[in-house]
Design a protein around this ligand. Structure first.
Ligand code: ADP
Ligand code: SF4
Length: 688
């Protein structure tokens, strides 16, 4: 297939100072939960993106000195020669495919707690840590500023020596340089504070010094916010940003434009759709003739072309779309746009950084597995034998298993009890704000429909006899799970109601089945991720009086990791949904729910005709055990595995991953003692 000529513009090479990007696809710096801790994992992952056609591939944030230390978040570093060697793995992997490698230099200032290095953080004044740690930073004096500039310069030189083509001055996201630019925060009385010119001074010096140090071989990029304050979504408050930009516009080789509201820039699809930064870009390109990159969770080539043609941006910046599909550019180039694995905007990738765990992606199960498992997003080994595989259940686990097995060439039968495929994804995507989650199903459906060796059987509820009758060589049970109506107290499950009242205790499955309450409803969220809030919103939208209650201190506790907790709570408050935090549910009599304070143990009553319990799930594993059990034990004529929520209920990303792993591993030898390579700081000789 050939490329649609409408998309030619995306593949034009573009000069960035002394270097030239082979096309306009630009993976902006994004964190991965790997940083300096897992250099091989990181290098392989970034290399795959270059292979997939991203013309520029950047690192995550690189600390320039131990006084900027962000642990427990795994950042990258450019502190010494060993960092140079580690980064070489990445730059080599990226250059191998003709792409440019970019390094983002970072100094956290009042945002970095320095819990590993234990050195005092430094910023423009002695202010509290802006990430909530009980460590205040020290005010930088003029010597400190000079020393800081020296560190920055040295890090830039290390970046060049590591083989990077683009070196960043990072002046956004609430770190040191953005604080210097900030008119409210920077009240210094020396030449680095007060007037606009003074506040811009440090950024100007760094751009000039970085150019002077590495500008003959590397382009210098600046990450800069086009607005000054968080306003209403899509309504920028520019303040002095344009003036600042005008003062600096000709200095760097590239502008990488962000905005003040990270929860919009990095917004989850529940609240933020494609291209949310466009209103914030309105003036940027008219003020500079240097190339500009910005992001927008772009997955549609038409939107990309339109942004370029309308002069919004020069490069198509992406973090998440490049994670969900490292081969997105190649697919457009080869006229296979419909094969793009579109990001669903769930921010599970971002949770890797929040939790300091290697990155994962709901849509792309190979993300972060390129090195340790040798998984490639587009390549999978051929089947080992002529075996036939039955996959029971078409949720994310079953769909991905069928897709992987189909690609390997197996004859696959995918049996689904319902009329619709997609399992929990199809059901959840119908809830408020969740529509983009359907991409998990649609990408796989589109792939399966063109595979002649895969048959999908809908309305096929399988029992033991049905499974036996298929005479498959391999059977995967991917029958999912169902929400339970009980509460879990970290030790055991408790019924909260008996008799008639028990019939008024519902679960998310009841709600998704259309079984709705008919009076004031308490949604009890013991799960802590998105489902409690989504169910509360759904019931509010059908006109019910809803109270959301959680035993945690905050609404949607775990969603802090996906950077959506704040938006979820704001949204619920705006809708008028009642909120009770730090209370567990002790009982329900059909009229009143009894809540117990997590701290004092005091009880109080809330009127409710129904309670929806969002707590835990039961694996639908009866078929698996029935097959395993009885006289057939040990004598099954096929291999049998359970995968996904049927094995261990978890997030959608885990189900996709389980399906993928099953497909990869079927009829291969897996060393159960050492199932994956272990990337780490290596003190031995010749290891790995
Ligand atoms: P997962 O997240 O593990 O993929 P889901 O709950 O999303 O699990 O999907 C499970 C799917 O399995 C559902 O679509 C359900 O209808 C289907 N299913 C459950 N039991 C059977 C069965 N015995 N035969 C066929 N399909 C089944
Ligand atoms: Fe997109 Fe979710 Fe994958 Fe992140 S984890 S890239 S948000 S699909």
């Amino acid at each position: 297939m050939t490329r649609d000529p409408r998309y030619d513009i995306l593949f034009e090479p573009l000069k960035i100072g002394p270097v030239t990007a082979p096309n306009r696809f630009y993976q902006v710096p994004h964190c991965t939960g790997m940083g300096f801790l897992r250099p091989r994992t990181l290098a392989a992952m970034r290399g795959v993106k270059a292979e997939g056609g991203w013309g520029v591939v950047c690192t995550e944030y690189n600390s320039i000195h131990p006084t900027s230390d962000d642990l427990p978040h795994a950042y990258a570093s450019l502190w010494d020669d060993s960092d140079v060697r580690a980064h070489r793995l990445m730059t080599d992997a990226v250059h191998k495919h003709g792409s440019l490698a970019g390094a983002e230099l970072w100094y956290g200032g009042a945002r970095s707690p320095n819990m590993m290095s234990r050195l005092p953080p430094m910023d423009l004044a002695s202010v509290p840590n802006t990430a909530g740690h009980p460590f205040q930073c020290r005010a930088m004096d003029k010597d400190d500023i000079r020393t800081f500039r020296h560190w920055h310069r040295r890090a830039a030189i290390r970046a060049r020596d590591a083989g990077f083509d683009i070196v960043y001055v990072y002046a956004t996201h609430g770190y040191l340089l953005s604080n210097f630019l900030n008119p409210r925060m920077n009240t210094r009385s020396d030449e680095y504070g007060g007037s606009l010119e003074n506040r811009v001074r440090l950024v100007r010096e760094l751009i000039e010094e970085t150019k002077e140090a590495v500008g003959d071989t590397c382009a210098v990029a600046v990450r800069f916010s086009s607005d000054e304050e968080v306003g209403e979504d899509g309504v920028p408050i520019y303040g002095e940003r344009r003036e600042m930009f005008e003062m600096l516009q000709s200095l760097p080789d590239l502008w990488d434009i962000n905005i003040a509201d990270y929860s919009l820039e990095m917004g989850v699809s529940r609240f933020v759709k494609e291209a949310p930064l466009e209103p914030y870009m309105s003036w940027v390109k008219s003020v500079t003739d240097k190339p500009v990159v910005t992001v927008g969770r772009f997955t549609s080539p038409d939107t990309m072309v339109s942004q370029i043609k309308r002069g919004v941006t020069d490069f198509i910046g992406a973090a998440r779309p490049s994670i969900a599909d490292p081969f997105l550019p190649k697919k457009i180039e080869e006229g296979r746009s419909e094969e793009i694995r579109e990001c669903i905007g769930c921010n599970i990738c971002y949770a890797g950084d929040s939790l300091s765990a290697p990155i994962r992606c709901t849509q792309n199960p190979t993300m972060g597995e390129e090195w340790r498992r040798g998984w490639h997003p587009e390549i999978i080994s051929e089947k080992a034998t002529e075996g036939r595989v039955l996959v029971v259940g078409s949720g994310p686990a079953g769909l991905e298993a069928a897709r992987g097995l189909g690609k390997r060439g197996y004859e696959v039968m995918l049996a689904e009890a319902g009329r619709e495929i997609g399992g929990r994804v199809t059901r959840e995507a119908a809830l408020p704000g969740m529509s983009e989650y359907i991409r998990v199903r649609d990408y796989r459906k589109q792939q399966l429909l063109v595979m002649p060796n895969v048959d999908i059987f809908r309305e096929s509820m399988m029992d033991v006899a049905d499974v036996m009758a298929v005479e498959a060589d391999h059977v995967a049970i991917a029958t999912g799970s169902r929400w339970r109506p009980e509460m879990f107290d970290d030790e055991m499950f408790h019924q909260i109601a008996t008799g008639d009242a028990a019939a008024r205790v519902l679960t998310p499955d009841d709600i998704m089945d259309g079984r709705l309450p008919d009076g004031p409803t308490l949604v009890y969220d013991g799960d802590g991720y998105y489902m409690g809030g989504v169910i509360a919103e759904h019931l509010h939208r059908v006109g019910l009086d809803v109270t959301y209650c959680t035993p945690a201190d905050s609404v949607s506790r775990w969603a802090a990791n996906t950077s959506e907790r704040w938006r979820i709570r704001t949204h619920m408050m705006t809708l008028g949904i009642g909120i009770e935090t730090a209370h567990s549910i002790a009982g329900f009599d059909g009229h009143t729910a009894r809540l117990t304070c997590a701290y004092t143990g005091a009880d109080r009553a809330v009127s409710a005709s129904h309670v929806v319990m969002v707590t835990a799930r039961t694996p639908n594993d009866a078929l698996y055990y029935d097959l395993l059990g009885g006289a057939r034990a040990g004598a099954l004529p096929f291999t049998l595995r359970r995968i996904g929520d049927c094995e261990a209920p978890a997030i959608i990303a885990s189900a996709v991953y389980a399906g993928h792993r099953y497909a990869r591993e079927l009829e291969t030898v897996v060393d159960i003692d050492e199932p994956l390579r272990h990337d780490r700081v290596d003190v031995g000789l010749g290891a790995n």
